[in-house]
Design a protein around this ligand. Structure first.
Ligand code: UD1
Length: 336
C-alpha cells in the first residue's frame, strides 16, 4: 500500500510517517511548510532509515497537487494539512475556513478524479462541543455547530460532514475519521516533536518551555472547576501511540462492508493540569513554576474519552504512560 500523507512535516504527521515506514508502507509526503520545517523530513528519514518523496506543495493549489497525483500512484490519503491554532482561528476565521475546507475538498476532488478511494482524516475531540459529558463515546458527537467553541473546531466538524456525505453517495469511497484527544510527547529519538511557533497555547509545550527556562512560569487557567483538584482534566495521549492508531486504522480499508468509520483515539484516563505538572517534575527531576490565574475563555472542566470502540475494532490501545509523555517532551525540548 502506498500512502500520501498531506501535512506530513507537522507534529502528528511526522510521527505517523515514522510508524508507517516502520510497518513497511510506502509513503509520499506533501506539506507547504507553513507551520513546519524541512529539517523534520530529514529527521524522519534518519529515524526510519528510509527515504521518502517529499513535495513542497500547498494542498489548496490544485494544479500543483494534481502533478503529485499523476506522478505518484498511491491508494490511500491521510489528511493532516489543516491549521490548528484555536486562538488564531477565533481572530482569523476566514483563513481557517479557506485553508482547512479548501485543502480537504481539493484532495477529495483529486482522489475522485484519480480513483483513490481511501482516506483517513485527522479530526479532534473538539467536535464533541462544550456540553460533552466524559467519558465520551463516538455516538455522542454534537456536529451541532453552536456547541463548538471556535472556527478551528467547526472546520473539523464540517470536514467530517463532507466525508459522511461523500461516503453515503459513493460506496467505493472509504473514510476513517480519527478524533484525537490531547496528543503530547515526542519520538524517543528526540529528533521530532511539537515545535509551535512563538509562545505555545497548549499545556504540554508550555510546560516544556518553563522546564527549560525559556518561559518563567506556567499560567494554570483556573482551579475552581468541578474536578478533583479544581484544574481542567484532559485525556493526554502519547503522540507515538496516536501515530500507531493511524497504522491500525488502515485495516478498515480491507474487506469491510462499511465505508465510514469513526474512532476516538485517547487513553480513556483523565489527567488534571496539576497532575501533569507534577508528573513532569517527577519524571524529569526538575521544577516547573506555576501561578494559578483565571479561567481561559471556552475551556471546559473535563474531557476524556471512552476508547473501547478503537480498542475492540482496530485492536489498538494507547500503551505509553504520562511519565513517558513527560520524559519524551523534555528530551525533545532540550535538543531543540
Ligand atoms: C485544545 C482545543 C482542541 C485542540 C487541542 C490541541 C478547545 C476547546 N480545545 O484542547 O480542539 O485539538 O487544543 O491543539 O479549543 N492550560 C493551562 N495553561 C496553559 C495552557 C493550558 O492551564 O498555558 C490548561 C487548559 O485550561 C486545559 C488544559 O490545560 O484545562 C489543556 O489545555 P490545552 O493543552 O490548550 O488543550 P485543550 O484546550 O484541551
Amino acid at each position: 500500500m502506498k500512502i500520501l500523507v498531506a501535512g506530513g512535516a507537522g507534529y502528528i504527521g511526522s510521527h505517523t510517517i515514522v510508524e508507517l515506514l516502520n510497518s513497511g508502507y510506502e509513503v509520499v509526503c506533501v506539506d507547504n511548510l507553513y507551520n513546519s520545517k524541512l529539517k523534520t523530513i530529514k529527521n524522519i528519514v534518519k529515524i526510519a532509515s528510509k527515504n521518502i518523496p517529499f513535495y513542497k506543495v500547498d494542498c489548496t493549489d490544485k494544479k500543483k497537487l494534481e502533478k503529485v497525483f499523476l506522478k505518484e500512484h498511491f491508494d490511500t490519503v491521510i489528511m493532516f494539512q489543516g491549521y490548528k491554532a484555536v486562538g488564531e482561528s477565533v481572530k482569523e476565521p476566514l483563513k481557517y475556513y479557506r485553508n482547512n475546507i479548501d485543502s480537504a475538498l481539493t484532495i477529495l476532488e483529486l482522489m475522485d478524479k484519480y480513483s483513490v478511494h481511501n482516506v483517513i482524516f485527522s479530526s479532534s475531540a473538539t467536535v464533541y462541543g462544550k456540553n460533552a459529558k466524559s467519558p465520551i463515546k463516538e455516538s455522542d458527537d454534537a456536529l451541532c455547530l453552536n456547541e463548538i467553541t471556535n472556527p478551528y473546531g467547526e472546520t473539523k466538524a464540517m470536514i467530517e460532514k463532507i466525508l459522511m456525505d461523500k461516503s453515503n453517495a459513493d460506496k467505493n469511497f472509504k473514510a476513517v475519521i480519527l478524533r484525537y484527544f490531547n496528543p503530547v510527547g515526542a519520538h524517543s529519538s528526540g529528533l521530532i516533536g511539537e515545535d509551535p511557533n512563538g509562545i505555545p497555547n497548549n499545556l504540554m509545550p508550555y510546560i516544556a518551555k518553563v522546564a527549560t527556562n525559556k518561559l518563567p512560569y506556567l499560567n494554570v487557567y483556573g482551579n475552581d472547576y468541578k474536578t478533583k483538584d479544581g484544574t481542567g482534566v484532559r485525556d493526554y495521549i502519547h503522540v507515538v501511540d496516536l501515530a500507531k492508531g493511524h497504522v491500525a486504522a488502515l485495516k478498515c480499508f480491507k474487506g469491510n462492508k462499511n465505508n465510514l468509520f469513526i474512532y476516538n483515539l485517547g487513553t480513556g484516563k483523565g489527567t488534571s493540569v496539576l497532575d501533569l505538572v507534577n508528573a513532569y517534575k517527577k519524571s524529569n527531576k526538575l521544577n516547573v513554576k506555576y501561578k494559578i490565574v483565571g479561567r481561559r475563555l471556552g475551556d471546559i472542566d473535563k474531557l476524556y474519552c471512552n476508547p473501547k470502540k478503537a480498542n475492540n475494532e482496530l485492536k489498538w490501545s494507547a500503551k505509553l504512560n504520562i511519565e513517558s509523555m513527560c520524559e519524551s517532551s523534555y528530551n525533545f525540548e532540550k535538543n531543540n
